[in-house]
Design a protein around this ligand. Sequence first.
Ligand SMILES: *Cc1c(COP(=O)(O)O)cnc(C)c1O
Length: 482
Amino acid sequence: MDLLTRLQELETLSRTLDPSRAEREQVLNAASRYANDFVDGINDLPVYVGNAGTGEGLYDLPIAESPRPMASLLATLRSEIDTPGINPASGGHLGYIPGGGIPHSAVADYLAAITNRYAGVFFASPGAVRLENLLIRWMADVVGFPETTAGNLTSGGSIANLIGIVTARDARGVTAREIPRSVVYATTHAHHSVDKALRIAGLKECPLRHVPMDAHYRMDATALDALIAADRAAGLRPWLVIASAGTTDVGAIDPLDAIAEIAARHELWFHCDGAYGGFFALVPELRARLRGMARADSLIMDPHKGLFLPYGSGAVLVKDKPAMLDAHHYMAHYMQDTADAREEASPADLSPELTKHFRGLRLWLPLQLLGVAPFRAALEEKVLLARHFHHAIQQIPGFEVGPVPDLSVVTFRYVPPRGDADAFNQRLVQAIHRDGRVFLSSSLIGGRFTVRLAVLAFRTHLEHIDTALTVLQDAVAHLQES
Ligand SMILES: *Cc1c(COP(=O)(O)O)cnc(C)c1O
């Protein structure tokens, strides 16, 4: 066979990758029907399904040379993926930190995928990069960072923490030789992605001081000051303090203003983790509590938490743009044509990624289509729902609660008249999971097994909180009998 004949053959085969308009519409319509059925039926689905297998049916569809029909693939998607486990799109998801999934972002993802704009480099797609930087500046404005802030839209909070910490490391000159005497400060309630980031950044051997917390599980700023002073007196080099604007465990806001003041006085880099809590700055009532975020050197926030986006959206803001560039910028010969465009910083120069998804569109489109007002309202609603639950659960005999929530996480446990309370609450959480009407999770807080209710799903409204109260009452009654 000659080359041209073979080329014709290959073209015919490879053309299926580029379907006709009618074919595209067919696939899209099937997907759209699936999505609409899913959303319309969401309140009839359990929030947690523990008895529908673990996706083993996927083995029946090995990747093969030949095509399979869309209908059978959607059926598999439903039974093997969208049924077992937690349904994070449900309003009854009240565990961990619930995620979002607003449909407008899905539409934006679709468009970003079809046009496949190269959003890593300004030269390649100036509009896409400008849009992402514009969103960074909008977020900077929300939290009180200056106009000159640099930042990056990441896949989530973990990578955002990594970028912030790597920037801090290089800005403070924490080289290998300095590591053993370069001290980091955080509480035990700092998110574990911070520890992970420190390790990935090669900083595992930095002494890490766990700063004590007060009765509300907020960092004790006086203790921080004393620890730093003691370390300095001992000839060590304190360089980084990591505080939380909303801890994952209990939703506590560390005293950010006091921490900022101490960090400035001792010349530490102040990294603030607002993955969960940062966007609550949109709520007027909470702005004062979160004001100290503005004084951090670097800050992270997760649009896939606080702005209800689908998973895959975090953000990091850094005040010192040259420092962020220094820590991430590289140049390759094959990219020499891209070097001149300096009007807007490129994501590739501010993060570990080169090629990246055009993440900005999934944030920009809903903010534009809906305006900020519904996001602000939803966040305030979540805070008030958490307060409502905190109050209501105390009216049920036997329950004891943690502090009034700073944000939208409530901790509580049932104290049984006899027997081991930890074991009882463990069984309580298992009973809630079996019930499936709502999903709650637990944590070990102050060494005690504690149940958590976290309100952040955009579909969570008063009815879901009332269901949670009913489920808890039913479960306790049931466990008391058995
Ligand atoms: C969720 C969370 C993270 C990690 O973010 P991912 O988006 O899950 O990677 C970090 N810090 C806090 C406080 C969080 O709640």
